[in-house]
Design a protein around this ligand. Structure first.
Ligand code: SF4
Length: 104
């Protein structure tokens, strides 16, 4: 995807959340088994099922939790591309967003 495509998709995702998309922010996976269960659900999606992907992974458009977790500090976040590099997600993100697959 080109930078323009990334930017357009990031904007689209941001708008979906701003328009009130309700996502599954809980439960936060407590261990690898629970983390894998969420990945398994994501792998079952067809390509292009963007909304379901956001819902299952619990996307929000702001820092989350008491310690204000954000994509910016997540191990899957690629700073220069503003991209989530977790293969099951693989979407452009904003550093201030969060999802329940957050890992450090
Ligand atoms: S896994 Fe979630 S928190 Fe981490 S970069 Fe991707 S979308 Fe952001």
């Amino acid at each position: 995807m080109s930078k323009e495509d990334d930017d357009a998709l990031r904007e689209k995702i941001g708008k979906m959340m701003a328009d009130g998309l309700q996502t599954q922010t809980e439960p936060f996976p407590k261990d690898n088994f629970q983390f894998e269960e969420i990945l398994k659900e994501l792998r079952e999606l067809e390509a292009g099922e963007l909304e379901k992907k956001l819902v299952i992974s619990g996307f929000v458009d702001h820092p989350y939790g008491e310690d204000e977790q954000r994509c910016l500090e997540c191990m899957y976040y690629l700073v220069h591309r503003k991209w989530c590099d977790l293969p099951e997600l693989a979407v452009p993100v904003d550093p201030q967003w969060w999802c329940r697959l957050w890992r450090i």
